[in-house]
Design a protein around this ligand. Structure first.
Ligand code: PLP
Length: 436
C-alpha cells in the first residue's frame, strides 16, 4: 500500500491538487451502494456521490451487467459514418425522459464538452439566422460550467479560473441572483440581467445558467422566479436560453429537472454527471426543434463538433441501464425523504459559532461556514465518522446517492456538524482558496 501511494504521490496529478502532496489520499479498492472501501479497510459513506454523479449508488448491478454485455459485442466504434443500437436505444429513452420539445441529442464525452457544444450551437443558430455578430453569451456570477477554456469562460469570472483569463473568450456576466429559493420573488433581483442584455443585445447569442442550484462555485440556491423572468426576456430579444442541468438534473433538486421549479424549458440544455449513474463519463447537449431546424436549414447545416469517443457504446449501455433505474424507481419519493431528513439535521446547525448559512433542497444539504476548517481536521472527521465529505472553500455539503438510508443521512449530518465545530483554519496570506 505504501508503494502505490508513493507512486501516486510522485507521478499522478489529481483534480485541483499539487503533486507530492503527502500520504493524505485514500486508496480506494472497491465501492458498492453508498460505500467506498479503502485498501486499509476503511468503509466510507460517499456523501458527495463521487462528485454528484453516483445517483443509484456505486456499482449498481444493472449497470455493471449492461456494460459487461455490451463489452462482449463492441467496446467502441466511431460515430462518424456509423451508428449503433446502444446509441439509438439511449436516444429513445432520453427523448421520453427529457422535457417536451427538447429532443435533438448530441452525445458528448463530459459535462464541460456538452457546455462547449451548447455555446457553439447557440452561435451557429444565430449565424443560421443571419446574425453572425451575435457570438457572445451572458452567464451568471457564481456559476460553474466546467474546466475547458470555453466552459471556464462562462463560469464565475472571479472564481477559480482567474489564472486563465488570458486564454478565455470574453463574455458578459450578470450578478448572481440573490433572492433565495424559499423567499418570495423580488423583481429587483433581475435588474442586473436586464441591464446586461439591453446594453449588449445585438452581440448576444444566448444566456447560460444553472437553474436554481449553482453548484461548483458556491452551492447557492436561488429563486425560480428568476428563471421565469429570464425565459421571457430571452424570448423578447431573440436570445437562446441554455440551461446547464449537469448537476441539478436527474432529481437532485426534487423534480426530474430543476427547471421544473420554474415551469420553463430552455432552447438548449446540458446533462451529464448522473446520466450513466456515475459509471462512465458521458454527457449530452440537447436542442429544441427550433434550434436544430434553423441550423439544419442553413448554409452550414452540420453541427460542427465531433469527439473521438462520441456516443461510446459502453457509456450508452450504462446510460440505458441508468435511465431504466430512473424510470423504475421512485426517486422523487426518495429525494423528498432525504430532503426532510437533511432539513431536520442541518437546520439546527445555524446555531454553530462558525455557521454562516444552511441551505437544503432535494438531495442537497449545505452548511456554509464563516471560515473554513483545516484539511487535517476534515480528514480526522472523515476517518472517525466513516463519512466521505469533500468541502471546498467555506462550503461543507452533502449530495448523497438517492439510495442513502435515513440512518446514513444522520451519520452524514453528524460529520458535517463535527466539521462545523472545528476551529477555523488559520488564514494563510496569498494561499489559493481553491486547491486541495
Ligand atoms: C460538473 C459540472 C460541469 C462539468 O462537467 P464535467 O463532466 O466535469 O466536465 C458543468 N456544469 C455543471 C453545472 C457541473 O456541475
Amino acid at each position: 500500500m505504501e508503494k502505490p501511494l508513493n507512486f501516486d504521490n510522485e507521478y499522478l496529478w489529481h483534480p485541483y491538487a499539487a503533486l507530492h502532496k503527502g500520504p493524505s489520499r485514500f486508496l480506494a479498492k472497491s465501492a458498492h451502494g453508498t460505500t467506498i472501501e479503502t485498501a486499509d479497510g476503511l468503509k466510507l459513506i460517499d456523501a458527495v456521490s463521487s462528485w454528484w454523479c453516483m445517483a443509484h449508488g456505486h456499482n449498481a448491478p444493472e449497470i455493471v451487467e449492461a456494460i459487461r454485455r455490451q463489452s462482449e459485442k463492441m467496446c467502441h466504434v466511431m460515430f462518424g459514418g456509423f451508428t449503433h443500437e446502444p446509441a439509438i436505444e439511449l436516444g429513445e429513452r432520453l427523448v421520453k425522459f427529457l422535457p417536451e420539445g427538447l429532443d435533438k441529442i448530441f452525445f458528448a464525452d463530459s459535462g464541460s464538452i456538452a457546455v462547449e457544444c451548447a455555446a457553439k450551437m447557440a452561435v451557429q443558430y444565430q449565424h443560421a439566422l443571419g446574425r453572425p455578430e451575435r457570438c457572445k453569451l451572458v452567464a451568471l456570477k457564481g456559476g460553474y460550467h466546467g474546466d475547458t477554456a470555453g466552459a471556464m469562460a462562462l463560469s464565475d469570472p472571479d472564481g477559480m479560473h482567474v489564472l486563465f483569463r488570458g486564454i478565455m473568450p470574453q463574455h458578459y456576466f450578470a450578478e448572481r441572483p440573490n433572492c433565495r429559493f424559499d423567499e418570495p420573488w423580488d423583481d429587483n433581483d433581475f435588474v442586473s440581467m436586464e441591464r446586461v442584455v439591453s446594453e449588449h443585445k445585438n452581440e448576444i447569442a444566448a444566456v447560460i445558467c444553472e437553474p436554481v442550484f449553482q453548484g461548483g462555485n458556491g452551492m447557492w440556491l436561488y429563486n425560480a422566479g428568476y428563471l421565469r423572468r429570464l425565459r421571457k426576456l430571452c424570448d423578447e430579444q431573440g436570445i437562446l436560453l441554455i440551461l446547464d442541468e449537469i448537476a441539478s438534473g436527474f432529481y437532485r433538486t426534487g423534480p426530474r429537472f430543476a427547471m421544473e421549479h420554474a415551469g420553463i424549458t430552455p432552447d438548449i440544455m446540458c446533462i451529464g454527471k448522473a446520466l450513466t449513474g456515475g459509471s462512465i463519463t458521458m454527457a449530452a447537449c440537447v436542442a429544441s426543434e427550433k434550434v436544430a431546424d434553423s441550423i439544419t436549414n442553413s448554409k452550414i447545416p452540420a453541427f460542427m463538433h465531433g469527439p473521438t469517443y462520441m456516443a461510446n457504446p459502453l457509456a450508452c449501455a450504462a446510460g440505458i441501464a441508468s435511465l431504466d433505474l430512473f424510470a423504475n424507481r421512485d426517486y422523487a419519493g426518495s429525494v423528498a425523504r432525504i430532503e426532510k431528513r437533511l432539513r431536520a439535521n442541518l437546520e439546527p446547525l445555524r446555531n454553530l459559532d462558525n455557521a454562516a448559512d444552511v441551505r437544503v433542497l432535494g438531495a442537497i444539504g449545505v452548511l456554509e461556514l464563516k471560515a473554513k476548517s483545516s484539511a487535517d481536521d476534515i480528514l480526522k472527521v472523515i476517518r472517525e465518522t466513516g463519512v466521505w465529505l469533500r468541502p471546498f472553500c467555506n462550503y461543507v455539503y452533502t449530495m448523497p446517492p438517492f439510495i442513502t438510508s435515513d440512518q446514513e443521512i444522520d451519520r452524514i449530518c453528524e460529520a458535517i456538524k463535527l466539521i462545523g465545530e472545528c476551529e477555523p483554519a488559520p488564514v494563510i496570506e496569498g494561499e489559493d482558496e481553491f486547491h486541495e
